[in-house]
Every structure is written in C-alpha cells, then in structure tokens.
Design a protein around this ligand. Structure first.
Ligand code: ATP
Length: 536
C-alpha cells in the first residue's frame, strides 16, 4: 500500500489533520478529524471494554494462571516532580544528539553509522543514516565524492574495520564526515536531550516550581497502588488500567502519527506474586497479541518480538514487543505497537526506597556524592499483605503498554484497500474502501433514500433515528446513490441501508455489505436488530 494515498485520504475524509495546519502545522502533533475521533475512541473503548469493564473477575480466562481482577484509574498529567526523578526518567530519559554545523541537521548519536576509509595518505570516518543493508553503497559513494574520485576508482579506497555506530566509536570529530556534509568535522560533540516537556506551576513560578508533562501514564498507577488497594477490595493478582495522554519531546517525529510528541497510551500495570510472575508475563503477551488479531490486523503483518538479553532494561527479566509491518517501513521491517514487560518489583520499590542504581545486582538505591539516596522515594510502605496467608511482599509487575495512536494508525493501514466496484451506470471503477473491523468503524451504518421524494426521505429518517439510539449512523440524501456508497466505503462504514421504490410497497429496504457488496432486503422494523447483530 502506498502510504501517500492513505495520508491524503486521512486529510480528505477527516481522519487526521496536521495540528495548527493553517499556521503551517507543528511538527510531531496531530489532530483527529470527525471520522478519526470516532475511530480512535472506538479503539480505546474496545481496549477498555476487553481489558477492564468487560473482564470477568470471578472466572479463570483461557490461558490465565488463575482468576484476577481489573480496575481503572484516570490520573493527572502533571505529577510531583519527584516521581520522574525516582522513576529514572529524569536521569535516563534522554538521547544523545549531534548537530551538523554545515547541513543544520540533527541526528541521534547512536543512529549515525560510519566506517573508516583511506585514500592515499588521508583517512576519514565516513557516516550515513542509511539502513544497514544499503549503507556500504552510501559509504562508497560519499567517500568517492569526498576524495574527488569516480566510480571506476572505487578499488583505490581502503576500508578499515566494520561499520559501527558513531556512539560506539567516538573518533575525533575532526575526521568525521557527517551524513549530509561535504566537509570534515562539522558534527558537534553529542549532547544530552531530555525528552520530557518541562512546564512551570503557578503564574509566578520559577525554576524551582518546574514540573513535567508525563512521558508515560504508568507512573500514575504505581504511585496510586496503595490508594487502590486500600480503597477497593482488590487482591493480588490484579491489574490497574489507564488511558491517557503522554508527551515526549521526540527529536525526530516522523512517519505520520507513529512518532508524535503528544500521544495517547493504554497501559496496564498488573500486580502479581513473584512466583507466578512469569506465567502472567506469558499470559499478557499472548492475550495482547490476540487482541490485535481479533480487531482485524492480519497475522502476516503482525509479529511478537521477544527482546534479547542485552536489549532488556536492567530491571526486566522479559520484554516482548508486538510489532506491525507499517507500509512506511522498508519490507521486512516492523514498528512497535505495544511493549509487554516483566518489570519485577522495580517500580514499587523505587517509589518506596528511592531511585535504584541500574548497575547493582540485586538492585540497590542509587547514592549521591553525600552517600545519601540520589533521589529519595516516598518512604511509604508499598508492600502487600495476603490476608489469607499473612505473607507480606512487594508484588511483581507485568506491564502491557500500548499506544492508542500507533494502534489506530495500524488499523488505518490495514483497512486501506482498492478494488473494483460498479458505478451507477454499471461500469467497473476503482474504489477506495476502508475495511475496518465493525467494532472500530467510525460510522456503523448509513441510510439513504434512493430519491428525495415519494416519502422515501421520511422512511429513511425514521430508520436513521432508530439506529442513532444505538450507534453512530449517518443520513445522506445528496447526489447519486453510487457516489453516496463510495463516500461510505472511504469512511469504512460496514453497512448502507437504502430506501427505494419497493420500500413504499412492502416496507423492506436493502442492506449493502461494504466488503462483499452483497445486497439483501430486510423489513424496516428489523433493520436495527440486524445491524446490531452484525456489528457486535
Ligand atoms: P520507541 O522505541 O518506538 O520510541 P518506546 O519503546 O520508547 O517506543 P514505550 O516507552 O514502551 O515506547 O511506550 C509504550 C507505547 O507507547 C509504545 O509501544 C507506543 O505504542 C507508544 N509510544 C511511545 N512513544 C510514542 C510516540 N512518540 N508516538 C506515538 N506513540 C508512542
């Protein structure tokens, strides 16, 4: 699928707009239009319903080690600044960046890869941002250009060592040829960027009143763990879910909404006994993977990627990413939709004792130069007592952390289809159809009177109003009926209901299926039940 076609459909039909577009847009920020808002709400509602409100707290779900409870939270975006110091975000939530003085571009230090090459008595470190598969060709092209050579002189170049990331090599910057530079030594030394958005609390606030927009929703759950345990009757194992905005000052927002600076997360922190934590980790991995399949992502484009030991965070004993083959990625590459991490007792312990030192085993509180905790925890007891056995312990955490915008983007990519359908004259035409799963389709049914007379609009409006009590429905009486179908196909509406001449005689209407184009007749009074049955 051509990504440009999807992007233009999204704007044309009101799924997604660039934020503040009339002022030229703001990089990394997006607005959901009338269709997009319904789609994204449906994604979030499906998640909430399937994970939280529809969860059976009493029975054992298939694949789960035992029965468990689920509840929700809705926390403030701005939290006590200490939260981010203790969680490690304040110290660790950064990328090292280099700027190019010549091209004025900025790169993530570890994304720039390069290789030593010499010609006659000059040796340089030539770099590129190309994918590893294509990088050697890029290196060669850049080196030839730099040394003023032609393609046929390529064998005169002497390559030294393998290609490595700039972050690993740290050559003297004076010998580095930047990815988009013509001259040597134009890259700055790497600089740290904190990805958290800073803000000031209070009208007269100064630096000491600074706070951060949350970069994840998870911390709101951890700091409320005790509140939830004390105020509701949940017992371990149980999960707390939250859906909400997160903010990251991403250096290179790109790929449509995939990497945005403001986005929404759907996160669960699942608290369990350490002994059963691995079984729960397996359960949540599989459960979350199946969720995307159930909502229509294809098995071929979805993958579960278990992290290698050297990729894991210092506290995690298992992390898997659910990834989707987004069409903007090169063939064979996948982008993360959701991460499922076994976080051990890292988070609750940090909020009790203070920021933990990643270099220690077992983890110990990180100390400052004065020998005191670098960032103090709350000092509150966040352990859990099993009332039956009296055992007291700090629960382990399994965290399925999904992005609502990335999920929505994957559903948009998956839905986009072009096929052939007859127009009003019966001639085959290419049609664009968004084949959303009915649960997430923005509009569930559209109702058309074939013509704007003979009492057809009245019957169509009656059906429309009856449908509206249960679902998002749309009424359209403008233009040729074929064009009305096309508009609904582009919006991804699964069913179109048409009132025609026969309706006036026998009070039946046609229902048309978006995907099969099949049409059949039902009684006007049965339309609501029929559509409800089909979209559930
Ligand atoms: P990436 O490596 O792609 O930056 P991450 O591993 O930092 O992602 P997490 O911190 O695990 O992401 O966040 C959980 C989920 O939140 C991700 O799986 C993704 O769906 C979503 N997410 C994270 N960053 C962004 C972003 N900049 N824009 C949109 N969604 C995001």
């Amino acid at each position: 699928m051509d990504m440009d076609k999807l992007v233009s459909l999204c704007k044309r039909r009101g799924f997604l707009f660039q934020s503040s577009e009339i002022y030229g847009g703001l990089n990394g920020f997006w607005d959901y239009g009338p269709l997009g808002v319904e789609l994204k709400r449906n994604v979030k509602e499906a998640w909430w319903r399937d994970m939280v409100s529809g969860h059976d707290d009493i029975g054992v779900p298939p694949g789960a080690p035992e029965a468990y409870e689920m509840c929700g939270l809705d926390c403030a975006i701005i939290m006590h600044p200490q939260v981010w110091k203790v969680s490690g975000h304040y110290d660790l939530f950064h990328d090292f960046m280099v700027d190019c003085r010549e091209s004025k571009k900025r790169y993530r230090h570890d994304h720039v890869r390069g290789r030593w090459v010499s010609y006659r008595d000059q040796k340089i470190f030539v770099t590129t941002m190309a994918e590893p598969d294509h990088e050697q060709a890029e290196f060669q092209q850049k080196a030839l250009k730099f040394f003023n050579l032609r393609g046929k002189d390529a064998e005169q170049l002497q390559w030294d060592g393998e290609a490595v990331s700039l972050g690993k090599l740290k050559p003297p910057t004076s010998e580095v040829l930047g990815p988009d530079a013509k001259a040597l030594g134009t890259l700055t030394d790497p600089r740290e960027f904190n990805l958290m958005f800073k803000t000031i609390i209070g009208a007269l606030g100064d630096e000491t009143d600074s706070a951060f927009l949350r970069p994840e929703t998870a911390q709101g759950i951890f700091v409320n763990f005790k509140n939830v345990v004390d105020s509701s009757r949940v017992s371990v194992p149980f999960g707390i879910a939250q859906v909400g905005k997160s903010f990251r000052n991403e250096i290179t927002p790109r790929n449509f909404t995939f990497r945005s600076r403001e986005f929404e997360q759907m996160e669960i922190e699942f608290f369990c006994h350490p002994n059963s934590s691995h079984a729960w980790y397996q359960y949540w991995r599989d459960r979350r993977f199946q969720w995307y399949l159930d909502l229509g992502l294809s098995r071929e484009r979805l993958q579960m990627r278990e992290h290698h030991a050297d990729e894991l965070s210092h506290y995690s004993t298992g992390t898997a990413d659910i990834e989707y083959a987004f069409p903007f990625l090169p063939p064979g590459e996948f982008g993360e939709l959701e991460g499922i991490a076994h976080r051990g007792d890292f988070d609750l312990r940090s909020h009790m004792e203070g920021k933990l030192d990643p270099a220690t085993r077992p983890l110990q509180v990180e100390l400052g130069p004065d020998g005191k905790p670098k960032w103090r925890g709350s000092g509150k007891d966040l352990s859990y007592r099993n009332e039956l056995t009296n055992e007291k312990y700090i629960p382990h955490v399994i965290e399925p952390s999904a992005g609502a915008d990335r999920g929505t983007l994957a559903f948009l990519c998956e839905a986009y289809h072009e096929d052939q359908a007859p127009d009003d004259k019966g001639e085959m035409q290419t049609r664009v159809v968004m084949k959303f799963h009915p649960r997430i389709a923005p509009i569930k049914a559209a109702v058309f009177p074939l013509v704007k007379k003979d009492g057809m609009p009245e019957i169509a409006q009656e059906i429309y109003r009856a449908l509206k009590k249960h679902m998002v429905a749309y009424y359209d009486e403008k233009g040729a009926v074929g064009r009305r179908y096309r508009r609904q196909d582009e919006a991804g509406t699964p069913y179109c209901i048409t009132v025609d001449g026969q309706t006036l005689q026998d009070r039946t209407v046609t229902i048309r299926d978006r995907d099969t184009l099949e049409q059949w007749r039902v009684k006007v009074d049965d339309v609501v039940d029929e559509i409800r049955k089909r979209i559930s």
